[in-house]
Design a protein around this ligand. Structure first.
Ligand code: SAH
Length: 488
């Protein structure tokens, strides 16, 4: 059995290596440090045991010997053990010591290098650690023991080198570090950049000089860069369109994750609050399965949502039974769900509304022409009523049920401090209001379309922005446009 010593990168899950993501997805146990971002841990296999061996000052810290012994024990027990460490495991992570302990105990291990904060954090703040003609090298040092007389780092040598100096773990000793570099000849006006919580939505960049560093407030964890490159200000994570935004995602868990990832990639801190869950309809799906066996007997099958599309196609045993049947999808997300299963919708109404579908639906070819409508069990009757009025025989089948979920007090806590909430269905609106209450609705409300907006307004809450394209991506676009107007 192998223990994988894996680098987690500096924070952004997008900066995990492919190998790290694969191992996390397969892990039985993940032993991680305190600094590893929650969104990285969220990539662990559901059901994996997460062990936090984080060392934070004064919390009865688990000593390194204990971590080494734990890794040996887990390695011997078998399964896939991932030792997840911030950045690169062999850059000040004590990963080397852990590897030696495993080797000493005869436990097989493999290292998976990671993106180190030393280089990536400055980059995410718009500072390249080398630049032709400005700095032709960089040194990465720990600031940890700068204040002690027997400091292992030769600050005098660094001062003379002309290289960029990247200091990790240097926040507490920054005044002493600056003093030593200046005493050894570095100009006090040398630019310095300190990047707090780099490569995360909370990234904050502090620009100062060597002379002023000691008196400049900086919060840990931070990466400090000393040198002329620190004056450069290339594109930074802090300029991303949704930087600084905490956004609530109220979709059911499996669909919420994709929206959350997309928001995060634009710099937001998404908070997933699955206030609804998608479950079998009351009959356990029996009617849907039965209707699916007769799908070929209908002139049209109308699919009301992407959930309905997935559930219906799960129930269809042989796709060829739909060969003679036309398929309509209400909304582009529904059409996309069908397309993923190899079905190109014959009709997608111009607007994501039952009314639009009914208006754009062809007339029945003759008496007794039949439509099967697959939808959520509690739905408006706009579509079946309008189709019946037009002369169709309509059979409605419940494909799934949307159920509200009570949020735990801890999850509700996460609602506080959110800047925006996103709603992708009227059921999410009512479920959110039921569990969180009107007072907890953030100042900015973004909806997927007019039906959801109407549900928000009915509750007496104002809609800030509505998606033009009624998909998750449309929600993101609407929020980004709004954020741009606020930023001025
Ligand atoms: N192995 C890690 C470094 C561990 S030492 C790596 O390769 O990145 C921990 C120090 O790294 C912190 O004290 C801080 O100086 C720096 N650091 C780690 N993550 C950081 C982040 N997201 N933003 C800023 N600095 C970070």
């Amino acid at each position: 059995m192998t223990v994988y010593i894996v680098g987690a990168g500096p924070g952004d899950p997008g900066l995990l290596t492919v190998r790290a993501a694969e191992l996390l997805a397969a892990a039985d146990v993940v032993v991680h440090d305190r600094l590893v971002d929650v969104r990285v841990l969220a990539r662990a296999r559901p059901g994996a045991r997460l062990v936090d061996v984080g060392k934070s000052p004064g919390d009865g810290a688990e000593p390194q010997d204990g971590i080494d012994a734990l890794l040996v024990e887990l390695g011997r027990a078998g399964g896939t053990v991932v030792r997840l460490k911030g950045g690169d495991p062999y850059v000040f992570g004590r990963g080397g010591e852990e590897a030696l302990a495993l080797a000493g105990a005869g436990v097989a291990y493999e290292v998976v290098p990671g993106v180190t904060a030393a280089v990536a954090v400055p980059a995410c703040a718009g500072v390249p650690v080398t630049t032709r003609g400005v700095a032709s090298g960089f040194a990465v040092v720990t600031g940890h023991d700068a204040a002690s007389a027997d400091a292992s780092v030769d600050w005098e040598l660094l001062a003379r080198s002309g290289c960029t100096v990247v200091v990790l773990m240097g926040v507490a000793a920054r005044a002493e570090i600056a003093r030593r570099l200046v005493a050894a000849g570095r100009d006090p006006s040398t630019p310095v950049v300190a990047v707090e919580r780099g490569a995360t939505p909370e990234q904050r960049t502090v620009r100062t000089t060597l002379g002023a560093l000691g008196a400049t407030p900086v919060e840990s964890p931070a990466t400090i860069v000393v040198g002329e490159v620190a004056a450069l200000g290339l594109s930074s994570y802090e300029q991303r369109p949704l930087a600084g935004w905490r956004v609530l995602v109220t979709r059911a868990a499996d669909q919420g994750a994709a929206l959350a990832d997309r928001l995060a990639s634009l710099g937001a801190r998404p908070v997933e609050l699955p206030v609804i869950e998608i479950v079998d309809p009351a009959d356990g799906g029996a009617a849907l399965r039965e209707a699916a066996t007769r799908a070929g007997a209908f002139e049209w099958v109308v699919v009301a949502s992407s959930n309905a599309a997935d559930r219906l196609l799960d129930a269809v045993r042989d796709a060829r039974s739909l060969a003679g049947t036309k398929v309509a999808a209400i909304g582009p997300a529904t059409a996309a769900a069908l397309a993923r299963r190899g079905i190109v919708a014959d009709l997608v109404p111009s607007r994501y509304l039952g009314e639009a579908l009914a208006a754009e639906f062809p007339p029945p070819p003759g008496r007794g022409a039949r439509v099967l409508l697959a939808r959520a069990s509690v739905s408006r009757d706009v579509v079946p009523d309008a189709l019946r009025d037009a002369g169709w025989e309509v059979e409605v089948v419940d494909a799934y049920e949307t159920r509200p979920v009570e949020l735990s007090p801890e999850r509700l806590d996460a609602v506080r401090g959110a800047h925006a909430v996103t709603f992708a269905s009227p059921s999410a609106v009512s479920a959110f209001l039921a569990t969180a209450g009107r007072d907890r609705v953030p100042g900015v409300v973004v909806t997927i379309g007019p039906v959801t907006s109407a549900a928000v307004r009915e509750a007496g809450v104002e809609v800030t922005a509505e998606a033009a394209e009624h998909t998750a991506e449309g929600i993101v676009t609407a929020l980004v446009s709004h954020a741009a107007t606020v930023a001025g």
